[in-house]
Write a protein that binds this ligand. Structure first.
Ligand code: ADP
Length: 613
């Protein structure tokens, strides 16, 4: 059987209403009945007291004259009170004078008491009253009144109360049946709404509001709570969906990356932000003959050539700490133990907040290229050596040609006919031009050599030296050379002088009819000094603006020259990590630019370096 706690609220309300109503009614009825019984006893006592006094007063004569008949007649008047069972009048000595008994006559006259008294027993009330005349006691009146009236009254009352109780319970039942709906219905709506939500997890369900009382407020709050949960649930579902989509995207991207990495000829790797390798493509295992487990994390260092290991670990740590890209040429050991040159590079991948999420790197086999480069370098060195030696060795005989042709011209001038003198003139001029060409070629072979140690040059001082050496030429053509204040740069003085001399000489040489105007300036830009030499000369067709930097490349054949000056400039500037270019159009002058990085890299010497030394 279900306990009271578990029965539905409807039934609970019914039980509570009925129990309280019935209890209240029953208590009220008991109270009324008890109070009525109490009042009835009191009024009965008063009534019998008055009656006994009347009978006593009416009996004084009969007692005084000892007249039993008169006394009996007086008592006979008591017939009007059906519940008066017996009445007895005693003389002063206690003997019975007269007696009245109801028709059933069951009661006998008991012995009279000395004092007046009212004595209740369960079944009757005995009233004893002394009879006096002129202060003398004549006798005693005793009446016995049965209490059936009280029982009858109680029965009647009980029946009435029970009837009222039944009727009022019925009314209470009917009323509570219709009224309890006001409480039970909103609660059952709430219950059904919560049950639906719990079973279906559908937070769009709302409980129906039927009243404006506390239950109505409860329904409102419950619905608000559901709305809150529903919106959070929707957000959660959207976030989950987005996250799933993002995860799928990431997985697809990962798959694509793996596919690409596996199908590439290079060795690919990824590392954690801390630099621990967590992925290596198949090519690594094939090349090194080691397993992923052996190479993972920092396992790869075992395949790096001992001579490259220190630089490798230092550079890698530096990149991991600073986030700067990693770039290094090093030797990696193949499965057969042979070391091969590789170029490794790695870049940090950053997330939206700029934090490094991983490193992606590649290691490319450059062994063949490296060998070819080495071959080329050696060939270049040999070639330079040859060019230098040839120029050097040619200097002497050419100088002899020039010197002796001048001697011949002076000493045998009169012996030669005009043709002979003209031919000798050609010979002298040719010898001089050859000597200039050889000097330029020697300068060109030396141009690539960077002197040992950190060389610095005060560009202003060098420029003044160049202008001074060209002062005669400048004066002859009525030229004007101006310049801004120039910086001190990391470059050998000889080289800077070579570059400025060539550019200013050209600016003077390739002039128009008007006197040449040349301006030199320098601007600090992107960790380098950018110099410019601007002139107002004949200018250059943009089509040739790159070609003119090649050896022996000349545009204006009607001007004297060897076509080596700009090639020397380019070689020098390139050796310091800078570049040279021109901006010009025909007839509008030309501006030559060259850059010198603030910290010029130390280039290794070409063969000429040793030969020149
Ligand atoms: P060159 O000995 O012929 O001057 P360069 O290498 O110095 O050799 O110059 C190459 C060519 O570039 C020149 O022959 C000339 O045609 C052109 N050139 C150089 N500087 C200028 C300039 N300032 N204005 C016009 N043309 C120039």
């Amino acid at each position: 059987m279900r306990s009271f706690r578990d029965i539905p609220i409807k039934q609970k309300l019914m039980v509570i209403t009925m129990a309280t109503t019935t209890a209240a009614l029953a208590l009220a009825a008991i109270g009324i009945v008890a109070f009525d019984a109490f009042l009835f006893r009191q009024s009965l006592t008063r009534d019998l007291s008055a009656l006994s006094r009347i009978i006593a007063d009416n009996s004084t004569a009969a007692l005084a004259f000892n007249d039993p008949r008169a006394a009996t007649e007086t008592l006979a008047a008591l017939r009007a009170r059906p519940h008066l069972a017996t009445a007895c009048i005693y003389r002063a000595d206690g003997s019975l004078l007269a007696k009245y008994a109801r028709q059933d006559g069951l009661f006998a006259c008991p012995s009279p008491t000395v004092q007046d008294e009212f004595r209740f027993s369960n079944t009757d009330l005995t009233v004893s009253h002394a009879i006096f005349l002129s202060g003398r006691r004549l006798g005693t009146l005793l009446m016995i009144y049965d209490l059936d009236e009280i029982s009858e009254r109680m029965r009647l009352f009980g029946t009435t109360v029970l009837g009222v109780l039944l009727v009022s319970s019925l009314i209470a039942f009917l009323l509570s049946s219709s009224l309890r709906a006001a409480i039970a219905t909103p609660i059952s709506h709430l219950v059904s709404a919560t049950t639906t939500v719990a079973q279906t997890s559908d937070y769009s369900v709302r409980a129906q509001k039927v009243s404006g009382d506390e239950l109505g407020v409860l329904v409102d709050r419950f619905n608000e709570m559901l709305a809150g949960i529903q919106s959070r649930d929707n957000n959660l579902i959207t976030a989950l969906r987005d996250r799933e989509e993002a995860l799928r995207d990431a997985e697809r991207a990962h798959e694509r990356f793996r596919f690409m990495a596996e199908s590439m000829p290079q060795k690919i790797f990824t590392t954690t932000p801390a630099g621990d390798t967590n992925y290596l493509n198949r090519q690594w295992m094939e090349f090194t003959g080691l397993s992923v487990e052996q190479l993972q994390n920092w396992g790869w260092i075992q395949v790096i050539h001992p001579d490259d290991l220190d630089a490798n670990v230092r550079n890698w740590r530096h990149s991991v700490e600073t986030g700067e890209p990693f770039l290094l040429q090093h030797r990696c050991r193949r499965a057969d133990g042979v070391y091969k040159w590789h170029l490794s590079r790695a870049h940090a991948m950053r997330d939206a907040s700029g934090r490094i999420s991983m490193w992606i790197g590649s290691t490319t086999d450059i062994h063949e290229q490296k060998e070819k480069e080495e071959e080329l370098r050696r060939a270049n060195e040999d070639l330079q050596q040859f060019a230098y030696s040839a120029s050097h060795d040619l200097q002497e005989p050419i100088r002899n040609v020039a010197v002796y042709s001048e001697i011949v011209a002076k000493r045998y001038h009169d012996l030669l006919d005009p043709d002979g003198r003209q031919f000798l003139g050609f010979l002298t001029e040719g010898g001089r031009r050859l000597a200039t060409l050889i000097d330029d070629l020697l300068a060109y072979t030396r141009a690539g050599v960077v002197e040992a140690g950190i060389a610095t040059a005060d560009a202003s001082a060098i420029l003044q030296r160049v202008i001074a050496s060209l002062s005669e030429t400048i004066r002859q053509c009525d030229g004007k050379v101006t310049y801004d204040s120039l910086p001190e740069i990391s470059m050998s003085q000889t080289h800077l002088q070579q570059v400025l001399q060539n550019l200013i000489t050209n600016a003077l040489k390739y002039r128009k009819e008007d006197p040449p105007e040349i301006h030199i300036s320098a601007l600090y830009q992107g960790a380098a000094w950018r110099f410019s030499v601007r002139d107002n000369g004949i200018g250059i067709d943009p089509e040739y603006k790159e070609k003119i930097f090649g050896v022996f490349k000349r545009l204006h054949r009607n001007y004297s020259g060897t076509g080596i000056g700009l090639a020397i400039c380019q070689r020098v500037v390139a050796r310091y990590g800078g570049r040279i270019w021109v901006e010009s159009s025909p007839g509008k002058g030309a501006t030559f630019f060259f850059t010198v990085p603030e910290r010029a890299p130390r280039a290794h010497s070409a063969a000429a370096e040793s030969s020149a030394g």
